[in-house]
Design a protein around this ligand. Sequence first.
Ligand code: UFG
Length: 339
Amino acid sequence: MRTILVTGGTGFIGTHTAVALQQKGYNVVIADNLSNSNEDSVDRIEKITGIRAEFIKVDLSKELECKLLFETHNNIEGIINFAAFKAVGESCEKPIEYYKNNLGILLNILENMKKHNIKYIVHSSSCTVYGQPDKLPIKEDSPTQFAESPYGNTKQMAEDILHFTTQTNNIKAIALRYFNPIGAHDSGIIGELPNGIPNNLMPFITQTAIGKRKALTVFGNDYPTPDGTCIRDYIHVVDLAEAHVVAMDRFFENKNKSNLEYFNIGTGNGFSVLEVIKSFEKTSGIKLNYVIGPRRAGDIIQIWADTQYAEKELGWKAKKTLDQMTLSSWNWEKELSKK
Ligand code: UFG
C-alpha cells in the first residue's frame, strides 16, 4: 500500500481528498497544525471510509517540526500539499505572515523530499494565477498576471518555486489550479468549516439561510455580464478531491510529460452569483435574504476553465452539477447546526 502525506488534511479540501485516497487504496497520513480546522476531521474521515488515518499535529512552516515528521515517517511516497493560509483579505493585512507560512511550508517540504528521496508532490494552486483573462475559457498555457493579493501571489510564487526545484532534484510536481470549490461530501459528514464570518459566497449563502447571518450582500450587479453579477466556475469539492487522486496515480503510472505539470480543475461552466442563489433556493426550498451591494475590491469580472487538457491528460472530468453543489452545501450546513 502506498503512503501519501496529506498536509492540511483536516481542512475542507484535505478531508475530502483523504477520503478519496483511502477509497482508492492509498494509506493516508494527515499533517495539520489545526490553525483553521479541527482534529475531529480524522474521526469524520474514518466514519465515511472505515479507515483510521494517522494524524500528526505539526506546523510545517517550522523547519525542525517538518524535519522530524519526515525523519519519523520513512514510508511516504507522495505528498499532497494543502497546508496554507487562504483568506484573500487577511493576506493583504498580513502579507509577511502569508509569504512565510505558505512558501515556508512548501520549501520545507521540498527540502525534505530531496533529503528522503520522495519524488512526487501535488500542490494546490488556484485560478487566481490567471488574473482577469482576456480570453475565455482559460487554458493552462494562458499567461499568468500579477496577483491581486499576497495570497494569490503565494500561489504564483509556489508554482515558480516548483518550476525550478523540479528541474534538478528528481522531484516531479503537479500544480492543480482550482477554480471555486464548493459543496460537501454526500454523507453530510465532512464539509467546509469557515472561521468567523465567511468571505466566500457559498458558506455565506448557507449561513444566511440557516439564520446565522442576516442577509447576503451580492457584491455588485453592474458588471458587464448577462445579469450584471460576477461569474465563476464553481466545482464540487468531491470532484476536486478525485482530481488529486488521479494526479497522484499519474505519477505512479509514469504518465507525466514534464517534471512540473499544470492542470485547470474546474467544470468548464461559468455561473453568476445570482444563478448560484437561484440554484440554492431551488435545491433548499428556502427563499434567500439578499441585498445588492457595491462591488468588492479586487474581484475579477468573470472566469471559467477550459478543461480539455485535464480531460485528455488526466482522464478526469467534473461530474457534479451546480444543483448538486448547492444541495450538498446546504445539507452540510444543516448537519453543522445540529451540533
Ligand atoms: N460574493 C458575493 N457576496 C459574498 C461573497 C462573495 O457577492 O458575500 C461574490 C464575489 O463577489 C464573487 C463570487 O461571489 O463574484 C465568488 O466569490 P468567492 O469569495 O466565493 O470566491 P472568489 O472567486 O473571490 O475567490 C476564489 C477563492 C480564492 C481565490 C480567488 C481567485 O476563494 O481562494 O477565487 O479569484 F484566490
